[in-house]
Ligand binder design. Structure first.
Ligand code: AMP
Length: 285
């Protein structure tokens, strides 16, 4: 596995690969602190592409001023070991100055409206940062496919729309949520949780599961599905450090609230456990 630090090296490698013929490149963008959720994206990339690149970049522009950029987990050695063991060809790990040589860019990508919904509502500017860095990575690597996790459902909607509107040639592939045995969606931020908080964090997956089960029984009304998830949260002993950010039933592509679920509708929750913000969701069948 090669570790590349500059856009020029990444571009040269990708173009040489393409010139070989019969090759396809899959890119898995990540912020590192890799876990089994990231590994599932790498495996999906390996299954459908001849070569796989993983980017490791904690993108400062998608963090708000009061967010966890400085303390976000960084685990370069462990990430290299995981990527190598999963058969990754190239790990692209640029320093911040490589992607933002002049500090914050006057040029950015913003997917209007979508970027202000769900997580974008409580994290102003977050999806502008995400769309911009993903666009930079796709332009630099020119992958045939890029792999994203359904865990970040709003990010999926933003990235899909950005790639579509900018006529990017990369196909956006979305992989299902990987969970711990007890249901908690894997996240690099789970590392912040104390044992007690981790137990509380399970409320998110329980709430999503409850709504999913109700929908499977035929309940289609947003009000009822959302109330059922609120019920799951309300049944938790009320800890002051545990609060709901949103519980929403939305169109998975536009992220606009809907009154009635249809197959493909997104049910999404976000909550704060102490200072850690967690998300979970399900696409209703
Ligand atoms: P991150 O490093 O958290 O930015 O995540 C990088 C990619 O991995 C994103 O596309 C995430 O949606 C995806 N991802 C993170 N956690 C999971 C998970 N539990 N299951 C599936 N994909 C995930």
């Amino acid at each position: 596995m090669q570790v590349l630090r500059t856009v020029a090296e990444l571009r040269r490698w990708s173009r040489t690969l393409r010139a070989t013929g019969g090759t396809t490149l899959g890119l898995v963008p990540t912020m590192g602190a890799l876990h089994a959720g990231h590994a599932s994206l790498i495996r999906a990339a390996r299954a459908s592409c001849t070569h796989v690149a993983v980017s490791l970049f904690v993108n400062p522009t998608q963090f708000g001023p009061d967010e966890d950029f400085a303390r976000y987990p960084r685990a370069f050695e462990a990430d290299c070991a995981l990527a190598e063991s999963e058969g990754v060809d190239v790990l692209f790990a640029p320093p911040v100055e490589e992607l933002y040589p002049n500090g914050p860019d006057p040029t950015f990508v913003e997917v209007h409206a979508l970027s202000d919904r769900l997580d974008g509502q409580s994290r102003p500017g977050h999806f502008r940062g995400v769309a911009t860095v993903v666009a930079k990575l796709l332009i630099a690597a020119e992958p045939d496919r890029a792999f994203f996790g359904q865990k970040d459902a709003a990010q999926v909607a933003v990235v899909r729309r950005m790639a579509h509107d900018l006529l990017l040639a990369t196909e956006i592939v979305v992989c299902r949520i990987v969970r711990d045995a007890d249901g908690l969606a894997l996240s690099s931020r789970n590392a912040y949780l104390t044992p007690a908080q981790r137990a509380q964090a399970l409320t998110l997956s329980r709430a999503v599961h409850r709504a999913e089960a109700l929908a499977a029984e035929g309940e289609r009304r947003a009000s009822m599905l959302i109330a059922s998830a609120h019920g799951v949260f309300a049944a938790e002993p009320s800890e002051p450090e545990f609060r709901i950010d949103y519980i929403a039933l939305v169109d998975a592509a536009t992220l606009e609230p809907v009154d009635t679920a249809v197959p493909g509708t997104l049910f999404a929750v976000a909550a704060w456990v102490g200072t850690t913000r967690l998300i979970d969701n399900a696409i209703l069948s």
